[in-house]
Write a protein that binds this ligand. Structure first.
Ligand SMILES: CC(C)(COP(=O)(O)OP(=O)(O)OC[C@H]1O[C@@H](n2cnc3c(N)ncnc32)[C@H](O)[C@@H]1OP(=O)(O)O)[C@@H](O)C(=O)NCCC(=O)NCCS
Length: 237
């Protein structure tokens, strides 16, 4: 199976965001109003617009006619009572860089991180990584540690997000180590079997972004495609 991961820049002008708000559902508009941080609000609205645009392509309807539901932990889902068949999808962003996976599979989870000099790597590794994961990261030379940390972290988050459990998941018990050699060389580990029939995959992004994806099916190829948000404001003028 081939799975596409859309990559999107969520940085939009304020007028464009206002035009996206008109496409969102009332509950999404309310949630956006509760976000006091302007950047977080802009990113939320642009991410929801991305979701709706990409899903509308799969479902053959307008973005405003995509019916979204949520599981008990807040994972957005295509409402299976309104759309049949309902594709699985998941979105993640770090700042303005977003990734979204969508497919006719049972579960999907995706997570992205931008590499930066984290100050608390050691503490997080001790707290959230399994013993073999801790050893694999901490034995690396300092300059390789951030990348290995981000790889393991995004794999864990992708699994938790595929399960849809959010903060209730025991992230420290999920082992996503795969090949230690691949981790040390920053190359792809191939599918790593984890819990509940899920496999986790490294998404080939390159640059300073690390992303991982978890799903229930065997994925032969992951393709990444840029997604350009429309400038509705310009279109309307
Ligand atoms: C939502 C969660 C699963 C991921 O959040 P995150 O990594 O901060 O942010 P991401 O950008 O990767 O993902 C957020 C998006 O995932 C989706 N999402 C929300 N809840 C979700 C869930 N339960 N499962 C899967 N996806 C979910 C939404 O689209 C959300 O975007 P929105 O907030 O704009 O609606 C978060 O609850 C989490 O990180 N849980 C476990 C991590 C943990 O234990 N962290 C300790 C930190 S040291």
């Amino acid at each position: 199976m081939l799975l596409n991961v859309w990559c999107v820049n969520l940085d939009c002008r304020p007028g464009t965001i206002d035009s996206y708000l008109r496409v969102l559902a009332p509950l999404e508009r309310e949630r956006s109003k509760r976000l006091v941080d302007i950047e977080a609000r802009r990113q939320f609205v642009a991410a929801r617009m991305t979701m709706r645009m990409i899903l509308s392509g799969s479902l053959g309807c307008r973005p405003q006619d995509v019916h979204l539901a949520e599981n008990a932990h807040g994972k957005p889902l295509v409402d299976p009572l309104r759309h049949h068949p309902a594709p699985a999808f998941n979105l993640s962003h770090d700042g303005d860089f977003g990734v979204m996976a969508v497919g006719m599979v049972a579960d999907l989870g995706i997570d992205v991180l931008r590499l930066r000099p984290w100050s608390d790597v050691e503490a997080i590794v001790r707290h959230f990584f399994t013993r073999p994961e801790q050893a694999a990261v901490m034995e690396l030379p300092l300059e390789k540690r951030a990348q290995a940390f981000a790889r393991i972290w995004t794999r864990k988050e992708a699994v938790v997000k595929a399960l849809g459990e959010g903060l209730s998941a025991n992230i420290g018990a999920i082992n996503v180590l795969g090949s230690r050699r691949a981790l040390a060389n920053a190359s792809s580990s191939g599918p790593i079997p984890v819990v509940d029939g899920l496999f986790v995959y490294d998404v080939p992004l390159g640059g300073d972004r690390i992303a991982s994806l978890a799903t229930t099916v065997a994925v032969a190829t992951i393709v990444t495609t840029p997604f350009i948000l429309p400038d509705l404001m310009t279109r309307e003028n």
